[in-house]
Design a protein around this ligand. Structure first.
Ligand SMILES: Cc1cc2nc3c(=O)[nH]c(=O)nc-3n(C[C@H](O)[C@H](O)[C@H](O)COP(=O)(O)OP(=O)(O)OC[C@H]3O[C@@H](n4cnc5c(N)ncnc54)[C@H](O)[C@@H]3O)c2cc1C
Length: 267
């Protein structure tokens, strides 16, 4: 691992200033992606700015019909939070399905969204719920946030502070996990937000996206049977040793059907 300067600022302003002044700096959250990346020499930053000394970045609150989760909040905290379990149980369930116990106790929601792994779980929920990603400089709608493979709307040095999720009437998440890592080969989050059904898909393409054809079918008939006849365009889906693009297309349909059935079972 190449030598770098390590910083542990105690204020958000100091973290942003350190990043702005570094030749090639990077933020450190739980290190679940960053540390393996450094060990494999895939990144060689000049400065690592640890966000662990910023308690204001952690925490979960509910107000005015929205659930707000600080960027440094660990997956385990989301999975076990009474506030999340009451407001958006599907989000708590999603967090409980991430990786293993170690990953859930180190990994953070901000790190997950900043990294935007094509197989990460949170992006499906952010898209389906119409979340807002709040940074040190602006608010970004989830619909405008995920751009491409590991590419987001974040600008260099932009720091995610929190994520705000509108509380849906009902929501459900289903994923087909990679048996080794538990990352989503495909994951589908379905949400009824203010009477509008939104569908977020992860794992299938280079980044999470809204499945508008499924949304249209479900707007006509909110039932798993409505999904059967929808054509899933898999022409730009990922194809790797875990699943072909065509198989991922079949998984989108299967996971969406199961998520809709779960949603309807909530009454
Ligand atoms: C074995 C294993 C299994 C996993 N399985 C799953 C899974 O099933 N589902 C899933 O969704 N994920 C999975 N993950 C990913 C994991 O859940 C973490 O969310 C992810 O690795 C990011 O980790 P982190 O939060 O520790 O961020 P870090 O690794 O510390 O940082 C990741 C990147 O985000 C940047 N960053 C971090 N915080 C911020 C911020 N607040 N603002 C701006 N940039 C920031 C960093 O600079 C870095 O570039 C797995 C990871 C591992 C190692």
């Amino acid at each position: 691992m190449q030598a770098f300067d390590y910083h542990r600022p105690s204020s958000l302003a100091a973290a942003v200033a350190l990043r702005a002044g570094a030749a090639d700096g990077t933020y450190l959250a739980g290190g679940m992606t960053l540390l393996p990346t450094l060990k494999q020499r895939l990144a060689a930053p000049s400065d690592v700015i640890d966000l662990g000394g910023l308690p204001d970045l952690s925490g979960i609150t509910e107000s005015s019909g929205a659930l707000t989760i600080g960027a440094m909040t660990r997956h385990a905290a989301v999975a076990e939070s009474d506030v999340v379990l009451k407001a958006i149980p599907a989000l708590a369930r999603l967090a409980s399905l991430i990786g293993d116990a170690q990953v859930r106790n180190r990994g953070t929601i901000g790190g997950s969204l900043a990294n935007s792994d094509p197989a990460a779980d949170y992006p499906a929920a952010a898209i389906a719920l119409g979340a807002t990603i709040v940074t040190d400089r602006r608010s970004i709608a989830a619909d405008d946030y995920f751009k491409d493979l590991f590419v987001t709307a974040l600008e260099p040095g932009e720091l995610i502070r929190q994520v705000s999720f509108p509380i849906p009437n009902r929501a459900a998440y289903r994923k087909f996990p990679n048996p080794a890592s538990r990352y989503a080969v495909v994951g589908v989050f379905v949400a009824d937000v203010g009477g509008q059904v939104r569908v977020g898909v992860t794992g299938a393409g280079p980044c999470a996206f809204r499945a508008t054809t499924l949304e249209q079918a479900l707007a006509a008939k909110l039932d798993p049977s409505a999904i059967g006849g929808v054509a899933i365009d898999h022409s730009r889906f990922n194809s790797d040793l875990h699943a072909s693009a065509e198989y991922r297309g079949a998984l989108v349909r299967a996971m969406a059907k199961r998520a809709v059935a779960d949603l309807l079972a909530q009454g």
